[in-house]
Structure formats: C-alpha cells, structure tokens
Design a protein around this ligand. Structure first.
Ligand code: APR
Length: 229
C-alpha cells in the first residue's frame, strides 16, 4: 500500500511553534501582504528578513513532538511506498528522522541567492547586507521559502506520489492554501482519505474519515494502527 501524508502547522503546534490561522496564529499578528510575498520583499526586505529571522531563531529551542516522531517511525518501518509532504518550513520532521519527505514551501534553515540561485543551509540571521557565499553578491539573499504567488517546490514528485497513492492522510492543516488543499480532491474515490486535525478543516467533508483532536494523540495511534496492519 502506498501512503501520502500531508502535514501543516498543526503538527508543530504542540512543539510550541505558532500556527497561521488559529486565534494566536501568525496571520493575526502580521499581514501576509507585508511579509510573505515577493512584492513585500521588494518593498521592505528588512521587515521580511526580520519575520523569518525570528522564526528561524526559535528552532533550536523547540523539539519534535510525539506526532513527528511517530511519522518518522512509520517512515523507517513502512515497507510500501510513503511520501511525507509538509507545508511546514520548520525542521521538526527532519529532526524527528523522517527521510522520504518533501518540504513544498521550502525551509527556514535554507537561504537562496537571487543573483546566482545558489541555495545554502542557513542558521544565522539574513539581511540585505548578507553576501552570497557562492557568488559574493550583496543584497540578494532571501529565505528559501515559497511565498504566496510563487510555485511550491517538489510538485513533480508530489504529483507522482499522489497518482500512485492508496491512502492519503492530512494532518494539522486548515485546508485553506492551494495546491496542498486540493490534494484530497485529486485522490478521493481512488485512495482512502483520512483527516487528523484538532478541529474540522475547510476540506473535512472531502475525507472518507476525519478524527479530531491533538496531533500528539491522534498521529501515534494512527501509526500504530497502520503498522499493526
Ligand atoms: N493538533 C492537530 N491539529 C492542530 C493542532 C494540534 N495540536 N493545533 C492546531 N491544529 C490545526 C488547526 O485546527 C488548523 O486546522 O492545524 C491547522 C493549522 O492551520 P493553519 O494555521 O492554516 O496552517 P496550515 O494549514 O499549515 O497553513 C498552510 O498557509 O500561510 C500559509 O505557507 C503557510 O504552510 C502554510 C499554509
């Protein structure tokens, strides 16, 4: 059986990372238009760098939770096809040990040069004064993050996995942002579909089954079911 798992900010919430659209979410503090679009970066790069520098700086102080660890355990033990598609830009799935994974919105701990396109691992702050380690250009370094209006990453690999999947599981996402929110519509009828989320999402009715509760209880229980056959 081939499994595709989609995760969103809800799987990292219990690790202490804010989601986007919950009451205390990031989009209740900042506007997408000000910090998460190419136009915002062109208009005020210092504000955008500050937003991502703060989120990047939080990563060393947070840990993968039981949901991340359960998915990593599944990755290691599942003999069939498996692809974890995360919308998250934190590093918690990788730190938990997930390997068969695509970060479709990029990663906080990577930076890209707009002059030469080189992508680097990056843990420090970024600014308009940061020179590119590859080409030396100054002023062109940006977070290797997919902003609104930009193409998500890894879509060929994701679409190939979705075309072959028998089970699609959506975890911790509100189903508001495409193309991820459209994955379930593309597989339903052909694959079994399951939503694991704290509450109903915008797409709950598209799933064969929906379980609502915290990811740290729902995900380990589901992984145990799958591994028990
Ligand atoms: N356990 C399970 N689900 C949770 C938990 C939890 N502890 N806490 C919150 N959730 C759920 C919320 O109910 C909500 O449905 O996680 C979802 C988070 O939704 P969003 O904040 O919209 O985050 P996400 O769906 O990942 O956003 C998608 O939008 O802003 C862009 O690029 C950004 O990747 C992000 C994309």
């Amino acid at each position: 059986m081939n499994i595709v798992i989609l995760t969103g900010a809800g799987i990292s919430q219990e690790s202490g990372i804010a989601t986007f659209r919950d009451a205390d979410g990031l989009w209740n503090k900042m506007r997408v238009e000000d910090v998460a679009t190419p136009e915002a970066f062109a208009r005020d790069p210092a504000l955008v760098h500050g937003f991502y520098n703060a989120r990047r700086a939080q990563l060393p102080s947070v840990m993968p939770n039981a949901a991340h660890l359960a998915l990593a355990d599944l990755d290691a033990r599942w003999q069939g096809g498996l692809l974890l598609v995360t919308q998250n830009v934190d590093d918690l799935h990788a730190r938990a040990g997930s390997r068969r994974m695509v970060a479709m919105h990029g990663a906080l701990r990577r930076a890209r040069c707009q002059a030469c396109d080189a992508v680097q691992d990056w843990d420090a702050d970024l600014s308009t004064a940061t020179p590119c380690p590859a080409c030396g250009a100054v002023g062109g370094m940006r977070p290797h993050i997919v902003w609104f209006g930009e193409m998500p990453m890894g879509m060929d690999q994701i679409e190939t996995a979705l075309a072959a999947c028998d089970l699609f599981v959506s975890i911790g996402t509100s189903g508001n942002v495409y193309p991820a929110a459209g994955f379930v519509a593309g597989v339903r009828g052909r694959a079994r579909t399951l939503e694991l989320n704290l509450e109903r999402s915008a797409g709950t009715r598209l799933f064969d089954e929906a379980r609502h509760g915290p990811a740290t209880s729902l995900v380990p229980a589901w992984v145990a079911e799958v591994l028990a056959g």
